[in-house]
Design a protein around this ligand. Structure first.
Ligand code: PLP
Length: 381
């Protein structure tokens, strides 16, 4: 298989000695990201403090994320984590009336489920759709679970465990039809799957930088549909959620226009430098091209896993259309131990419970994916 992005491999020094296939956990460090972090440190060292530079970097990161999801920068808030983004949204919703149900799935990332469960003392009732690993009916199951009492539907676009994809446009339509809002956790999809918040008519979408966005943890972006943002008032807040954060007015609480009202405290400036550089690289290449290549790698991984007799946890039986993101999960007892053994063999992969996840990005070659699966088969034979 031809690698369409081979000229970019030199930007990722680790690839010279190790096949990093862990984008579902931490993607590879690129030279532009390293330079951006070095620049942050240099500015700190040379100038002591530079609010102008810090705010510019945060604004640039926000603009790159907005560009990636086809939103305006003003529709995006900058927070510390996806969990923070969900908490901030939850704090702005009322669960005391008849419409108090939150629909989510058992395959959503637990941190999000915890945020929704934490709303129970405020009146929320959390309804879990029993999603199956490797399943292909999750989108339909979510749509079926939404009813007149649903206030919020929370879906993970690509599942952290098995990589399955939820059709967020379809679940969003089902939510809208019942007068409910949808929150999309795009942490496992942003940077690898095309997202168009307008075409897909999304209400809210959050993603952090550590995975397919090629950055570091500590920063997350929250898109909120402009007319929706305007009527929400988060009670988890801080000075960067104000109309003018630098007004330093202790007596009055106002809410910035648009998504900025979901900002809280001082933004994660160093993480923003990294995210600005990493998303600029992704936007330069273009997510649709990355998505198409990753689908080819997925098909190849499923084919090779079947040939090796490995037990696949992800959806997409050999030859079937691939309803999954870049991550191919293989059932492995003692997955954490095998992850460490794989590293010794030159493969960075990621264990979760009883699976090893092989999660390439655009910089990976087909032989790295095939090699990792063969090594997995050898180690577990
Ligand atoms: C799908 C998904 N959502 C959320 C998270 C956690 O996000 P955060 O730590 O930024 O709250 C993860 C982390 O792996 C994830 O995979």
């Amino acid at each position: 298989m031809k690698h369409p992005f081979s000229s970019y491999r030199k930007l990722f020094p680790i690839l010279q000695r190790t096949a990093q296939l862990s984008s579902c956990s931490q993607s590879a460090l690129s030279l532009p990201v390293r330079r951006a972090i070095d620049d942050y440190l240099e500015v700190w060292l040379q100038r002591g403090a530079d609010w102008g530079y810090w705010m510019e970097q945060v604004a640039l990161a926000r603009a790159e994320f907005a560009r990636m999801i086809h939103a305006e920068p003003g529709d995006v808030a900058v927070l510390g984590s996806v969990s923070d983004a969900a908490s901030s949204i939850a704090s702005a919703l009322d669960f005391s009336a008849e419409r108090r149900e939150i629909v989510t799935t058992t395959l959503d990332f637990p941190s999000l489920c915890h945020v929704w469960l934490a709303q129970q003392p405020r009146g929320a009732q959390v309804r879990f759709v029993q999603a199956q690993a490797g399943g292909t009916r999750t989108s339909a199951q979510i749509a079926e679970a939404i009813g007149a009492r649903t206030a919020l539907v929370s879906v993970s676009q690509v599942c952290f465990y098995d990589g399955q994809i939820v059709d967020i446009a379809a679940t969003g339509r089902a939510a809208r039809a019942q007068g409910a809002l949808q929150f999309v956790d795009a942490y496992q999809s942003a940077g690898a799957v095309s997202i168009d918040v307008r075409a897909q008519e999304l209400d809210m979408l959050a993603a952090g930088a550590q995975k397919y966005l090629l950055g570091i943890p500590g920063i997350a972006f929250l898109y909120v549909r402009p007319t929706l943002a305007q009527r929400l008032r988060p009670t988890i807040t801080g000075w960067f959620g104000r109309v003018d954060p630098f007004a330093f007015d202790p007596l009055h609480l106002d809410f910035a226009d648009g998504a900025a009202r979901f900002n809280t405290g001082t933004p994660p400036m160093m993480c923003a430098c990294a995210a600005r550089a990493s998303m600029a690289l992704l936007n330069e290449i273009g997510i649709p091209a990355i998505e198409a290549y990753l689908a080819e790698l997925s098909a190849l991984a499923l084919e090779e896993a079947a040939r090796l007799g490995l037990s696949v946890a992800s959806p997409g039986a050999c030859g079937a259309p691939v309803a999954k993101g870049a991550n191919t999960a293989i059932h492995i007892p003692n997955a954490a131990r095998v992850e460490a053994q794989m590293l010794q063999s030159g493969y960075v992969v990621s264990a979760r419970n009883d699976v090893i996840r092989i999660a390439p990005h655009f910089y990976n070659q087909a032989d790295e994916v095939v090699g990792a699966l063969r090594e997995l088969a050898r180690l577990t034979r």
